[in-house]
Every structure is written in structure tokens, then in C-alpha cells.
Write a protein that binds this ligand. Structure first.
Ligand code: DUC
Ligand code: ZN
Ligand code: ZN
Ligand code: ZN
Length: 502
């Protein structure tokens, strides 16, 4: 049997190994069909020369917001997924969001399918944002969702239009226990934030910087401890998304030490940016609006350092972008931008762009150089293989091994890119008009990206060479627990006590 494609002359990195140079990847019918030395060629085999660069599995960005109603000037599937492949990400998991007034989730899921179908350069799945988890949804519609490959939900503990109270959170966790879907949680204390926001506004403090003042660490800290407690009571795995601060992260670490299946995610903005960015510049005092995200950027460099530790020591299972931008400037009067159209920080849609810069930013710190912060294997775990496992894509995405989809990123040989790459808005492929990482230098960039064996990104020859018809909806299986175990004894409960009610 001949291969369609052989990738040769690179250094393959997986979640567990850095393979010896010389090992090749054979691809047949969109799948990896062999990884080994001296693969046989036929006249129909196309050879891809990795030129001594690293080869990693295509990125899995399990937290992006595309075409969402609450980001009307943000990316749609076409611009968002184009940006993804240009940055080496071949799978995204976006959100289908239920409105609080809806008592069913079926129409909103259909709506997001329509927004994505035939409009994505990369493969995609959906998490379901539950804002009104009625008994009918939890008992019957969630079963249907799982059958349709939507096997995870996101809950908000804050934001008036979306937040759930603890009783509703417990209902969802009990359903997750029975049905086996994965629960992601946005953990911030809503009432603390409301109190501060109202008082700031009365005092006339409405500039973007006050966004960070209104969402202090203690709000993240309290909600993180509370959601871990609710998950422990019901004995279900959870993943706390977009973590930003050391105090909150320590709750996760402690829970993991007790072998609880508590997972966590952080994002590039919480490794690289501080809240002083919200102050704007001399020329444009409102520019801080570009860095409004929630939880907010933190004040203290020690928090960045803590997030790096969590990256290296395994506290974080997932490193995602939380790509959720809005345009900064208005365009053509139709598209509302942040500047000029929004008066108070509380009306700024929360979120920054980052789906394209996620992999290059982290890869710059991966390896064995003096300034490295994580191993190459850990890079693959965080950006590809563990999100794939966590969200039901194991065996399909996130590995360079036989049977997996041939989603592959070939990086530059560093000798070919001695100066590195400076991140610039003008070079990016998203649909919004800024990047918060403008001017930052990264060591490397994906030179080639392959989606199921098809070249979709060639930085030196055409850039985006894929098509919006390339991306497929992924019917995901149930997620795997990556850390901890289930069936643990609940703190303060006698062994077996839970058997009376669970
Ligand atoms: N939560 C997200 O997941 N993304 C953007 C803003 C937010 O609050
Ligand atoms: Zn969130
Ligand atoms: Zn998000
Ligand atoms: Zn381009």
C-alpha cells in the first residue's frame, strides 16, 4: 500500500515523547497510517520536507467564541477558523448559547450549526452554554445532545443574563453524574462584582481600568472554592475555565492533591498581560478596552508567575485562547466598535482575540533552552492532546500516532527564522482590528498546517491555502477524566453516606 503523503526530516513531538530525527509520518486517506523509519514511497506519494523543524499535532483550542450573539462585531466561523489554521490550530470547540428565556436547547444548537456549516477552515465542535437548565432539558434533551456529539456544557456563576444559582448548578452536576457529560464553569462571585460595579459607577469611575477593580481576585477565589465544593459533594469531574489568579488556582491544586477530578484551564492573556494594560495610552485613554476580559488581567506579576507554575506542574489540563474579541473601531457605521460606542467599562463585551497567537506564544517557552518554562511534551499535552481527551476526541485528535486524523503542524527550523516573528495585527487572519499581543516577539511560527492530510496553511507560499468547506463538525464522544479519580470520599462525609441520596 502506498502513502498519499509522507512527512520527513522533522522532529516529531507528542504528549509523551520527542522522537528521533529520521522518523517519518505516513498518511493515507486523511489518517496517520504509519510512524516509522524509511517509509516506502510510490510514484503517487507526495513528500513534505519538514527541513529539520519540529512537528506537533494540530492544535486543539477547546475554548473559542465564534459567531456568538453577545459579540456582534467579533469573529464568525470563517474569520475565526482562518485565524486558527494560520496559527496551527486544526480543531476548535466553540459555543452554542441558550438564551435564559428558552426552555429548550434544540433551536439554539441548530442556529449555531447553521452559522458554522460550510464556513469553517478547521474542524469544530460545540459546547452548550446552559443558562436555563430546566428539568426537561436535563432529563431528555441532554441525552439527545450527547447522541449528537455535544458532550460538554459551560455554566456561568456570574453575568445577570447567564448566571446560575447554586441550586441550578447542583441540578446540572447531578445530571452530569448520570449522563457523563463534561461541565465547564466560569467561576466568579456575581454579587461581589455587582456591588463594586454599582458603587464605582455612582462615583463616576467608568473607564476601562475599573473593569479590573470591579472583579477582584477574591471574587474568583470564592467562586472557585464554591464550585469545587459543589463538584465534590456530587462527585463529578469539572473544568474551571480561564483561571487568572494564584489564590484561586491553589484551590484547584489542593483538590487535585486529594485526587479529586478538578480540572482547570488558563489562557495566554493570563501568562503575559497585566491590568496596567487597561489604563490605555497617552494617545488614547480608552485603548484599555482592548484588554477587557473576565476574569480580568491581574495587577501583580506574581500572578503571571503563578500561572506559569500551573502550566509547568500539571495544575492546568488545558491551555486555550478563550478567543472572544470585539472590533475596537466602528466600521461603516453598521458594525459597532468599542471605541466611541461604549461609554462605561461595564458595557464593553468581555474578551480578547488569541486563537492564532496561542500556539506560537506558548511554543516560544517550550523546550530545553535556558529561558524555557515547559517541556515540548507538556506543550503538546496542554495545547492539543489533553483538551482532546477532556472533550471526547481521544483517538481522533491530539496525537501523531496510527489511526489519528492527520492534523499536523510543521514549525520552522529555527535556523530559518533567526529573528523570530513579531506579532502584528497586519499579519493576523482574524476579523477584528487589533491584537493585545501587538509587538511581542515569538521564537517560531507554524510554517505548514495540515488538516486531515490536506495542506491548509503555508506561510511562505500563499498563506491560507485551505477552504471554508474543509472544516467538519466533530461528533465528540464523552470526555475522559485527565486528573484525579471519581468515587472519592467527600470531605466531612462518612464512607458510603452518599449512597443514601446519590
Ligand atoms: N467568559 C468567557 O468564557 N469568555 C469571554 C468572557 C467571559 O466572561
Ligand atoms: Zn467565561
Ligand atoms: Zn470564553
Ligand atoms: Zn495571510
Amino acid at each position: 500500500m502506498g502513502f498519499d503523503l509522507i512527512v520527513t526530516n522533522g522532529i516529531i513531538v507528542t504528549a509523551s515523547e520527542v522522537l528521533s530525527p529520521g522518523i517519518e509520518i505516513g498518511i493515507k486517506n486523511c489518517k496517520i497510517s504509519c510512524v516509522g523509519l524509511f517509509l516506502p514511497r510510490t510514484e503517487n506519494t507526495q513528500i513534505i520536507d519538514a527541513r529539520g523543524g519540529y512537528i506537533t499535532p494540530g492544535g486543539v483550542d477547546s475554548h473559542v467564541h465564534f459567531a456568538q450573539d453577545n459579540c456582534p462585531t467579533g469573529d464568525d466561523f470563517t474569520t475565526g477558523s482562518r485565524s486558527a489554521i494560520a496559527g496551527g490550530t486544526t480543531t476548535v470547540i466553540a459555543f452554542a448559547s441558550q438564551e435564559k428565556t428558552e426552555t429548550t436547547v434544540l433551536p439554539c444548537v441548530e442556529k449555531y450549526h447553521t452559522r458554522a456549516k460550510d464556513q469553517s477552515y478547521c474542524d469544530y465542535g460545540f459546547h452548550l452554554i446552559l443558562t436555563n437548565p430546566t428539568p426537561k432539558i436535563m432529563a431528555t434533551e441532554m441525552l439527545l445532545m450527547i447522541e449528537q456529539g455535544i458532550t460538554s456544557v459551560k455554566l456561568y456563576m456570574t453575568y445577570e443574563p447567564m448566571k446560575l444559582g447554586d441550586a441550578q448548578v447542583l441540578d446540572v452536576l447531578m445530571a452530569a453524574r448520570t449522563l457523563g457529560f463534561t461541565t465547564m464553569v466560569h467561576a466568579e462571585n456575581s454579587d461581589m462584582i455587582s456591588l463594586i460595579t454599582d458603587r464605582l459607577e455612582s462615583a463616576g469611575h467608568t473607564a476601562p481600568y475599573f473593569h479590573a477593580i470591579s472583579r477582584p481576585q477574591i471574587a474568583e477565589n470564592e467562586a472557585t472554592y464554591r464550585i469545587i465544593s459543589l463538584a465534590e459533594l456530587t462527585d463529578v469531574p469539572i473544568l474551571i475555565v480561564h483561571m487568572s489568579s494564584e489564590t484561586a488556582m491553589k484551590h484547584v491544586r489542593k483538590a487535585q492533591t486529594r485526587m479529586l477530578p478538578i480540572h482547570a484551564e488558563t489562557c495566554p492573556q493570563y501568562l503575559f498581560l497585566l491590568s496596567e494594560r487597561l489604563k490605555g495610552t497617552h494617545e488614547d485613554a480608552f485603548e484599555g478596552a482592548k484588554c477587557v476580559c473576565s476574569p480580568p488581567l491581574r495587577h501583580d506579576p506574581k500572578d503571571l508567575e503563578a500561572m506559569w507554575q500551573g502550566i509547568a506542574n500539571g495544575t492546568f489540563t488545558v491551555f486555550s485562547s478563550d478567543h472572544a474579541p470585539s472590533n475596537y473601531h466602528s466600521s461603516g457605521g453598521k458594525k459597532l466598535g468599542l471605541k466611541g460606542d461604549v461609554m462605561s467599562y461595564r458595557d464593553i463585551p468581555n474578551g480578547v482575540p488569541g486563537v492564532e497567537t496561542r500556539l506560537p506564544l506558548l511554543f516560544s517557552y517550550a523546550g530545553r533552552e535556558k529561558d524555557s518554562r515547559l517541556s515540548l511534551q507538556r506543550f503538546v499535552q496542554l495545547t492539543s492532546s489533553d483538551p482532546a481527551k477532556m472533550y471526547g476526541l481521544e483517538g481522533v485528535k491530539g496525537n501523531i500516532a496510527v489511526g489519528y486524523d492527520a492534523d499536523i503542524v510543521i514549525w520552522y527550523n529555527e535556523k530559518d527564522l533567526e529573528e523570530g516573528v513579531t506579532i502584528q495585527q497586519s499579519e493576523l487572519h482574524h476579523g477584528v482590528d487589533y491584537t493585545p499581543f501587538e509587538g511581542m516577539k515569538v521564537k517560531n511560527w507554524p510554517r505548514l498546517t495540515f488538516l486531515r492530510g490536506k495542506k491548509v496553511w503555508d506561510r511562505d507560499n500563499g498563506g491560507v491555502v485551505g477552504d471554508v468547506l474543509d472544516g467538519k463538525f466533530l461528533r465528540r464522544g464523552k470526555g475522559k477524566i485527565v486528573v484525579g479519580r471519581t468515587g472519592g470520599e467527600v470531605n466531612g462525609m462518612l464512607p458510603g453516606e452518599r449512597d443514601f441520596w446519590c
